[in-house]
Design a protein around this ligand. Structure first.
Ligand code: FPP
Length: 234
């Protein structure tokens, strides 16, 4: 597959929006939309692995999402546990689970212990797979990530400004091994970035689609990937 600026596989990032609208249009509770969204994500993981995508990073739960009704938050958390437990499928796709978000032991972090355990187990269980890396952003916000990276970089510099730059800040992101995003997808007709991977999307192409996330499938992924065939990212 072509389109990545360097000699590496492609990194696709998704803002999975529109679960609630998908449910409302069908006269279903919002939670059903999230359930369908988790299933769509499993489909997209399979499709991405089959297309030899290198990294798939999805916005599972933001630092802002905690204000949603408690029952909805509980349901979304249970879907994360379900997703992280899909070990057999990840193995079948030679895919590895990963996570970015506020480190569990830092002030302000809110990831419940059951989700922490599910993340740790998924990462350990799939560590031997060397194909697609599926990173879920949970309790994630890009500004918090950047403020933390800048603070750590400044602290480590000992006051020497020459040591503060893109390389040192990049090395202090939640996952320094995450390559730049080549293709950012946002579903459901919204054309905002919403505090997602602001550092990593510097040169990304962006695919906005009217489709809600539960309707996102392999064909829509192909339409998005076609953007990369029309020239490299800057
Ligand atoms: C947006 O729908 C989606 C989210 C709040 C993120 C949660 C995503 C899922 C549960 C999909 C499965 C993913 C994982 C990682 C388990 P919305 O509620 O904002 O939709 P609306 O804008 O139509 O109300």
């Amino acid at each position: 597959m072509t389109g990545a600026p360097e000699d590496r596989k492609i990194h696709v990032a998704c803002i999975m929006d529109g679960n609630g609208r998908w449910a409302r249009r069908r006269g279903l509770p919002r939670t059903e939309g999230h359930t369908a969204g988790e299933e769509a994500l499993a489909t997209v993981v399979r499709a991405a692995a089959a297309r030899d995508v290198g990294w798939l990073t999805v916005f599972g739960f933001s630092t802002e999402n905690w204000v949603r009704p408690r029952s909805e938050v509980r349901h979304i958390l249970s879907l994360h546990r379900k997703l992280f437990a899909r070990t057999a499928e990840m193995d079948a796709n030679n895919a590895r689970s990963s996570w970015i978000g506020r480190p569990f032991d830092e002030p302000g972090a809110r990831t419940p212990v059951e989700v922490q355990r599910a993340i740790g187990k998924a990462m350990a269980d799939t560590a031997g797979n060397d194909g697609l890396v599926v990173t879920v952003a949970f309790d994630y916000g890009s500004r918090a990530e950047l403020v933390r990276a800048a603070s750590r970089t400044i602290a480590a510099s000992g006051g020497d400004c020459a040591l503060i730059g893109a390389a040192s800040i990049g090395a202090n992101l939640y996952d320094p091994d995450l390559p730049p995003v080549d293709l950012l997808v946002r579903t459901s007709g919204e054309t905002r970035i919403s505090n997602f991977l602001l550092w990593q999307i510097k040169g990304a192409k962006v695919h906005f689609t009217e489709r809600t996330w539960p309707d996102f499938d392999a064909a829509e992924l192909d339409r998005a990937l076609a953007l990369l065939a029309r020239g490299p990212s800057a």
